[in-house]
Every structure is written in structure tokens, then in C-alpha cells.
Ligand binder design. Structure first.
Ligand SMILES: C[N+](C)(C)CCCC[C@H](N)C(=O)O
Ligand SMILES: O=C(O)CCC(=O)C(=O)O
Ligand SMILES: [Fe+2]
Length: 454
């Protein structure tokens, strides 16, 4: 597919959606004659078939029209048991519509059977699905639906009873998620917003002994995309202890742990005294490292300060100011590589990777000028548009207002969330050694979840 069409992809999605909405509406109106039987089988009301009803149906939500005899009577029956946050529900041909806390949930029947929460559908010890999703009747419909005390109950044709907590439905469905606020909202920062925030630091001893301080560190790491552990012993062991308090280490071909200097021990600019522009690490791995730990062990000389830039802040500026550029960078995969005589890895992915859900939040930024491989994933006609998008993103990344410079004194350990925050360094003179390691993203997030940080 060419970039021109890729670039307009999000636009096309919404166009297609709105087109198919209106087309869907027209279809609903024009093919009512054929649909009448199946449609009304559940809705049980012929008035819906008039075009004006159909429009009403769509624009004001099915759930509030007086035509829904079944749902209305159900709701009325349950007035005492139904919390105010539930309005009504409606059984449609292939799905159930349900309003809960302002969210309009649309629950496909196969999905509902597949997500039954009772003990014979899900193993409550392993939390693993016992239902064989592929064997559910594709035309399954409930024989009874009821809502009581915040629980949706469904009886299926084979007599199986399913139950779903409405709160659970809210946080586990496509439509429900659009209404949810995460417990931890990342603070997308530039230098100004960051200066107004408290320093995201914990102290080494407390961090190692107190789970509250570990939680605070994870909170900082996910809110700001970086965090500090202060007053640590200037040793490899202490640095490892900080890392392993969170999760196991993500070993790469750099080893499990490293302590590097400007000796070109490895074939990488990091192993020189040169300046490094803001970048993310391990773009040449298909799953880039989640967290990077830095501990400057010593520096006798000038320069070598650390640069941090919030990649998501820069990307959101791009989304606002150059939506087409954002669409290109988030849809076109590009390769990165690491090359040494005995190593040749290639990681491929878009510069801006988005979460797959409805909200299109940023998931990860891959940004490394040095490690990008030959751009062979873009046809010539689209190359200049890709570079233009990269230039615009780079302008925001390199905006001095985005740059947070820190001098890492020995004893001050820095953790960066490498999927979001870019790091760099100024050129330096003299002897300088930095120790550190990577952590896997999934395990860091797991730790944060278990500690209820997110
Ligand atoms: C961190 N450590 C010194 C081991 C390696 C640095 C690797 C640098 C590489 N260009 C990248 O961006 O991933
Ligand atoms: O030398 C530094 O401070 C950082 C170098 C770097 O980018 C890295 O180790 O990933
Ligand atoms: Fe790096």
C-alpha cells in the first residue's frame, strides 16, 4: 500500500466509519423488509422500521425509546435492584446494548458467551478460559437477560447461566474502555511542566526495604517516563539491586549488566566520548527494552551530562500540528539494525506505535538516527513524505523547551522508560564510566499492576 493512502488511514477510518454509519442506517431503512423478521424477533417492535424511528433509534440511542417493550419492562421490573448508573438494556439481533455509567456498551452474543465469568467457563485459579471459543454457535442468542445488583445475568439456550459484573464489563470491552480513566495518567512534560513538578526521586535504602517506596518509584517511572534512586552506593551490586527490585533483567548481546567507557569495546557510538542526540535504545530488537538503568560510576573530566526528552510529548505535538505526519510515522514500519562481526539483528516497527484499542494512545516510540537501517519499507513515491514527518517530529524532540538536562552524580541512579522517554548525552573529556542494564517492559508493568500503581 502506498503512503498516500497509509497517511490518510486514520482519516479514512473515521470517514469509513461515518460513511458506514450512514450507509448502515440507510441499509437498515432500505432493507427493513428483509431484516424485519430477525430484527424484530428480538426487539419486538415494528415501529422501529419506519425511517424516522430508525433515525431516532440511532441518534438518541435505542435504549431510551419507548418502543423497547422487552427492555423497558425488564428495567421497570428491576427498578429497586438496578443502580441509577444503569439505564436500560436492549436485546438486538446479534448483540446486547447496555448503558452503564454513561457508556453505551455493545456486547456481541458470541463474545458474551466466550467471556462468561462463571467457574465452568473460566478457571478461577489459573484465570484461563475453559470455553472453546471456536465451538460457540455463531448465531447464539440469550433466552433470558436480567440485570440485578450490578450484575448482568444471561441464560443461554443450553441452560447455561452466565454472569458478568457491570464494572468488569466497563473495563473489559471496546466501548467501555473509551469511558475509563486510567488510574495513572502519564504527565507528558516539557522543561516547563517538569520544573513545576516534584522531583521523581526515592532514596535507596527506603526503596529497597519499603514496598511503598518501590510503588512510588514505579509511579514516577510511569507518570514521567523516568525516575531517580538517590543516595545509592556507587557499586555494581547496588545498581543491580535497584534493577532487580523491580523485575528480572532483560539480557541482550550487551550482556546482562554493563559498565562502559569510551574505549569502543563495542562497535557503537555509546562507547565513544562523542555527544549522543536524544534517542531510544534497542530499536534493533523487535521488542525494544522497556526500562534502562543508568548509574554513572565515575567521571573525571568535562561534559557527559545526560539529556532526557519526553518522546510522547513530542509525538502529541506532531499529532496536533501535523496529523498527516503523525499518521505516516504511526503506520509505516521502518527497520533498525545492530551490526558487529558476530551480530546482525533487525527490529522493524513504526517510529510511533499506537495501542491497538479505540483510543489510539501512544504505545512506544522508536527513535534512533544512528541505528535506523536502510529505508527499504517505503516506495520511492512516499519517501519524501516519510522524511518530512520525521523532520517535524525531530523539530519537537530537539526543541530546547523539550530538553531536560541532568548531571548524574555517582550515587544517583536514573531509570528511563525506554518506550517513551529518549535519552542522550553531551560530549565529554576524561575518564567516565556508566553502569546499567535493561528491564523487560512486560515485567515492569506487571510489577506496577500487582502493586496497584496502575
Ligand atoms: C547501553 N549500552 C551501553 C549497553 C549500549 C548502548 C547501545 C546503544 C545503541 N546504539 C542503542 O541505542 O541501543
Ligand atoms: O553515556 C551515556 O550517558 C549514555 C549512553 C547511551 O545512550 C546508552 O548507554 O544507551
Ligand atoms: Fe542509549
Amino acid at each position: 500500500m502506498h503512503l498516500r493512502s497509509l497517511a490518510s488511514f486514520p482519516g479514512r477510518i473515521s470517514q469509513t466509519l461515518s460513511r458506514s454509519n450512514s450507509a448502515g442506517l440507510l441499509t437498515a431503512q432500505s432493507t427493513h423488509a428483509q431484516n424485519i423478521q430477525t430484527f424484530t424477533k428480538k426487539v419486538k417492535h415494528a415501529q422501529l422500521l419506519t425511517p424516522s424511528r430508525s433515525v431516532n433509534f440511532r441518534s438518541t440511542s435505542l435504549l431510551s425509546t419507548s418502543s423497547h417493550v422487552k427492555s423497558r419492562s425488564q428495567t421497570e421490573k428491576k427498578t429497586t435492584g438496578v443502580p441509577a448508573s444503569v439505564t436500560k438494556f436492549l436485546e438486538c439481533e446479534d448483540h446486547l446494548q447496555l448503558e452503564y455509567k454513561g457508556a453505551k456498551l455493545k456486547l456481541n452474543y458470541v463474545w458474551l458467551r466466550d467471556h462468561c465469568r462463571t467457574g465452568d467457563s473460566i478457571n478461577h485459579l489459573t484465570q484461563q478460559r475453559m470455553v472453546d471459543s471456536a465451538l460457540i454457535d455463531p448465531n447464539i442468542q440469550p433466552v433470558n437477560v436480567a440485570i440485578d445488583e450490578g450484575t448482568l445475568s444471561i441464560t443461554w439456550p443450553d441452560g447455561h447461566q452466565s454472569e458478568y459484573d457491570l464494572e468488569w464489563l466497563l473495563s473489559n470491552t471496546y466501548e467501555g474502555k473509551q469511558h475509563l480513566q486510567g488510574t495513572l495518567e502519564p504527565l507528558l512534560w516539557n522543561l516547563e511542566t517538569l520544573s513545576a513538578s516534584p522531583s521523581p526521586s526515592v532514596s535507596y535504602q527506603d526503596y529497597l526495604t519499603d514496598d511503598g517506596q518501590l510503588s512510588k518509584l514505579l509511579h514516577n517511572l510511569l507518570k514521567y517516563g523516568f525516575a531517580f534512586v538517590e543516595e545509592a552506593p556507587v557499586t555494581v551490586e547496588a545498581t543491580l539491586a535497584v534493577a532487580e527490585r523491580i523485575s528480572q533483567i532483560r539480557e541482550t548481546f550487551f550482556g546482562r549488566f554493563w559498565c562502559f567507557t569510551s574505549d569502543l569495546e563495542r562497535h557503537d557510538t555509546a562507547y565513544t566520548a562523542e555527544a549522543l542526540g536524544a534517542h531510544t535504545d534497542t530499536t534493533y530488537l523487535n521488542e525494544p527494552a522497556g526500562v534502562q538503568v543508568f548509574h554513572k560510576m565515575e567521571h573525571v573530566g568535562e561534559g557527559g551530562d545526560t539529556l532526557l526528552v519526553d518522546g510522547f510529548h513530542a509525538a502529541e505535538r506532531l499529532r496536533q500540528e501535523d496529523p498527516e505526519g503523525f499518521a505516516i510515522l504511526s503506520s509505516v514500519s521502518v527497520p533498525h539494525h545492530y551490526l558487529e562481526p558476530t551480530i546482525h539483528t533487525t527490529g522493524v516497527g513504526p517510529v510511533l506505535e499506537l495501542e491497538p484499542g479505540p483510543c489510539k494512545e501512544l504505545k512506544l516510540i522508536r527513535y534512533n538516527m544512528h541505528d535506523r537501517a536502510c529505508l527499504d519499507t517505503v516506495p520511492m513515491e512516499d519517501v519524501s513524505r516519510w522524511y518530512s514527518a520525521l523532520r517535524n517530529l525531530t523539530r519537537y524532540i530537539r526543541d530546547p523547551a523539550s530538553e531536560y538536562w541532568v548531571t548524574l552524580q555517582p550515587g544517583r541512579i536514573l531509570l528511563t522508560y525506554n518506550w517513551r522517554v529518549l535519552h542522550g548525552r553531551s560530549a565529554f573529556t576524561g575518564r567516565r564510566r556508566v553502569a546499567g542494564c535493561y528491564l523487560p517492559r512486560d515485567d515492569v508493568i506487571s510489577r506496577a499492576r500487582v502493586l496497584k500503581v496502575i
